[in-house]
Design a protein around this ligand. Structure first.
Ligand code: ATP
Ligand code: MG
Length: 742
């Protein structure tokens, strides 16, 4: 027996022990962050296996993210051994359901699905929705796929099919969405595919309709655990109910269900999470043992008090006690930076300082968190510059993101039309009906002439076998690139980027796809444009080349070798700082946490600012972020951000006002240049100043506030750009790293 195994119960406080040893019957643990909920689950499972001799095979643990599942598995390997851990089912709802559905594939046959069904990602989903919209002769501009997708997803989360959705529709758009829903489902099944929501829905249906199948799973998974229960949506809840309790008529579940959660950390209501699940649980599982955990083992009192200050203002919440034995610790540092670059620079410098002073031992002790993925760009840039290895969790590194690679491919193609690789990357992005077969023909045509693909396109009308439609599509593409090349002499680099986005049709497509909360792909393109703004004052052709060169250096910074297929393999540096969105950070903890973008518009997000219940969700998101920190918390904001080449002055996040001032360290602001009228305190200071300055144009208002309006087609180019600071020049781009990070 290892030391860890012996200490199973010894390392737990009294209510935690109670939770671990109450193995039979339903258990509900509602408790604040860092109180050991996740620890209770792992120890409970270990206890079941070691003390109660339960076969690991009978254990199910549902986590919210794949990363959390990996971590739990690692934990279990340490506690009970690798082989035992292998037998357990630990995974997200989606992963578990996919496994069940593949195992039970025979039951899916009537739906037209086979064992090898494909799980659609958001891009595929979008493509399919567009086809469905077209098939119904609807105008894609009027009924945007992203809007329809959100409505369909909501219906699925409410467990409604197309017919029910149509019946319940109260708006015209919902009626339309219900029609699209029907066609979309049919198309998916024809392609032997399912979307993420389907994984849950289909498993729920299968278990509800096939008692024999359900019984098998009830017998197999006799001990059920759910982490982050507050973020379950209705279908996910129903799965747990079916497994642990049974159907309405057949109650054969064993009822050994342990769910843990914290309603103050509910950050997925937009995906159907609801506080009602707790009530449902108590109703559906009679005699539930409710256990409260009040001691926090993660954070200092200062961090806890600051976090409490924020979430306390939410209505409709039960106040929970939370205390720590760790003492006050360091004060919270609030820093106001001049702009986004300085924000990243400050974080990077602070990390170097903390390491040098020995306050942290390794880079993995630090996480930098932000509200939207696009915010990682400015951080990545400064980290590369300062040679600080980092990893981006929950999304790709900025320059690895598809839309960024696509936009860069267009730019490369303009710089060098004979760049076949780039041409191939974008020839059908967005979809121009240039399929693989046509591309194959084009490649042969080019081979025969020993020319590049671009040159071969010039004479494509003379191709002997290609159909007329294909030829025309290719010719149109050729003309697009040619016209865009012509624009190099007319426009500055950022406007050239605008032109590419609009004329290619890629911009409108991305805007339409960017409504989902996690998928801010258009926001990423705008971020790329921001980088291009630094080149506004250089002659465009040189600017284009310089830009591409610098970007290639950034993108390649940690690239070490090629894979067999020529693809680049990235070296995973193990000791790296974590960059992560607040959503993805749920459940994790780090000794030092930086949160950037503590501004109105970023956190709370501009999309949520006018809706009280959404501001409450943003509050919870900030609460989740704060409570990831163990020892030190930095809150950083940028006084100005550049959007569309316009400088936007920001106001400090309202959440900063909710932190008791005595918890905040007073610091001089060395980083802030004196060009601004602010008090220059270095802390967030002067709110009235922010209110008086022009709010600036906020693109998100246009693209996100009005999900049903037709605001997607707006061209965003705005001519030259008087307010961009010329002192920035292009010096804010990283130079080639001197050595790779270790
Ligand atoms: P969150 O709501 O953020 O997910 P949580 O309630 O799941 O938090 P855990 O992550 O399980 O909290 O625990 C927080 C930290 O406290 C972990 O590092 C955990 O190992 C530690 N911890 C929990 N309980 C104890 C205990 N009784 N003794 C020592 N450390 C503990
Ligand atoms: Mg947890």
């Amino acid at each position: 027996m290892t030391l860890e195994q012996q200490d199973l119960l010894a390392g737990l406080n009294q209510p935690q022990q109670e939770a671990v040893t109450t193995t039979e019957g339903p258990v509900l643990i509602l408790a604040g962050p860092g109180s050991g909920k996740t620890r209770v689950i792992t120890h409970r499972i270990a206890h079941l296996v070691q003390q109660e001799q339960v076969s690991p095979w009978r254990i199910l643990a549902v986590t919210f993210t794949n990363k959390a599942a990996r971590e739990m598995r690692e934990r279990m390997e340490k506690l009970v051994g690798v082989n035992e851990a292998k037998e357990m089912m630990i995974g997200t709802f989606h992963a578990i359901c996919a496994r069940v559905l593949r195992t039970e594939a025979e039951h899916l046959a009537p739906l037209g699905l086979s064992r090898s069904f494909v799980i659609l990602d958001t891009d595929d989903q979008n493509t399919l929705l567009k086809q469905a919209i077209k098939e119904l002769n609807l105008d894609e501009k009027q009924y945007r796929p992203a809007t329809i997708q959100a409505l369909i997803s909501r219906a699925k989360n409410d467990m409604h099919g197309p017919d029910q959705m149509a019946e319940l529709a109260t708006k015209y758009i919902e009626e339309v969405a219900a029609r699209v829903f029907k066609v979309y489902q049919k198309m998916m099944r024809k392609n032997n595919s399912v979307d993420f929501d389907d994984l849950i829905m289909l498993t729920e249906q299968l278990w509800r309709r096939e008692p024999e199948v359900l019984k098998r799973y009830q017998r197999r998974w006799q001990y059920i655990h759910v982490d982050e229960f507050q973020d379950c949506n209705l279908p996910q809840y129903k799965l747990i109910r079916l497994l642990g309790y049974g159907t309405d008529s057949l109650h054969e579940g064993l009822g050994n269900v342990c769910v843990v959660g914290d309603d103050d950390q509910m950050i997925y209501t937009w995906r159907g999470a609801s506080a009602e699940n707790v009530l449902r649980f108590e109703r559906d599982f009679p005699h539930t043992r409710i256990i409260l955990l009040e001691q926090n083992y993660r954070s200092t009192q200062t961090i806890l008090d600051a976090a409490q200050g924020i979430v306390k203002r939410n209505s409709l919440r039960k106040d929970k006690k939370l205390w720590t034995a760790q003492g006050d610790g360091e004060k919270i540092i609030v820093h106001e930076a001049y702009n986004e670059e300085q924000e990243g620079l400050y974080a990077a410098q602070e990390i170097v300082r903390l390491l040098a002073r020995g306050e942290i031992a390794k880079r993995t002790d630090v996480a930098v968190m932000y509200r939207t993925n696009a915010q990682s760009r400015a951080l990545e840039e400064q980290f590369l510059r300062m040679n600080i290895p980092y990893k981006v969790i929950g999304s790709r590194k900025f320059y690895d993101r598809k839309e960024i690679k696509d936009m860069l491919a267009y730019m490369r193609l303009l710089a060098n039309p004979n760049d076949d690789l780039s041409l191939l990357r974008v020839i059908n992005v967005p979809n121009r009906k240039i399929g693989p077969k046509t591309v194959g023909e084009l490649q042969q045509w080019a081979n025969r002439q020993s020319s590049s693909l671009y040159i071969a396109l010039e004479s494509i009308q003379a191709h002997p076998t290609l159909g007329k439609a294909a030829k025309n599509a290719l010719e149109t593409f050729h003309k697009l690139i040619k016209d865009l090349q012509g624009a190099i002499d007319e426009l500055h680099l950022p406007e050239l980027l605008d032109r590419i986005a609009e004329r290619s049709g890629y911009g409108p497509e991305l805007r339409a796809a960017s409504e989902g909360e996690e998928l801010d792909r258009w926001g990423n393109v705008l971020e790329l444009r921001r980088v291009a703004e630094d080149y506004s004052e250089i002659e465009t052709r040189s600017a284009l080349e310089l830009f591409l060169e610098n970007v290639a250096l950034v993108g390649g910074a940690d690239t070490v070798q090629s894979g067999e297929d020529g693809s680049l393999i990235r070296e995973e540096t193990t000791d790296a700082v974590t960059l992560i969105t607040l959503h993805a950070a749920k459940g994790l903890e780090y000794p030092v946490v930086f949160i950037v973008g503590m501004d109105e518009g970023s956190l709370p997000h501009s999309r949520s600012i006018d809706k009280p219940e959404q501001v409450e969700e943003e509050r919870r998101l900030a609460y989740v972020g704060f409570t990831r920190a163990m020892n030190r918390l930095y809150l950083i904001r940028a006084r100005r951000r550049s959007v569309f080449g316009e400088t936007q002055y920001t106001e400090p996040s309202r959440f900063l006002d909710d932190i008791p001032p005595k918890l905040i360290a007073k610091r001089g602001g060395g980083v802030t240049p004196k060009t601004n009228t602010s008090s220059g305190q270095g802390t967030y200071g002067n709110r009235t100043q922010g209110r008086n300055v022009q709010r600036g144009y906020n693109w998100e208002d246009d693209f996100n506030q009005d999900p049903y309006g037709d605001t997607g087609g707006r061209v965003f180019g705005r001519g030259s750009n008087p307010t961009t600071s010329s002192t920035r020049g292009y010096s804010s781009l990283p130079s080639a790293p001197k050595s790779r990070g270790n």
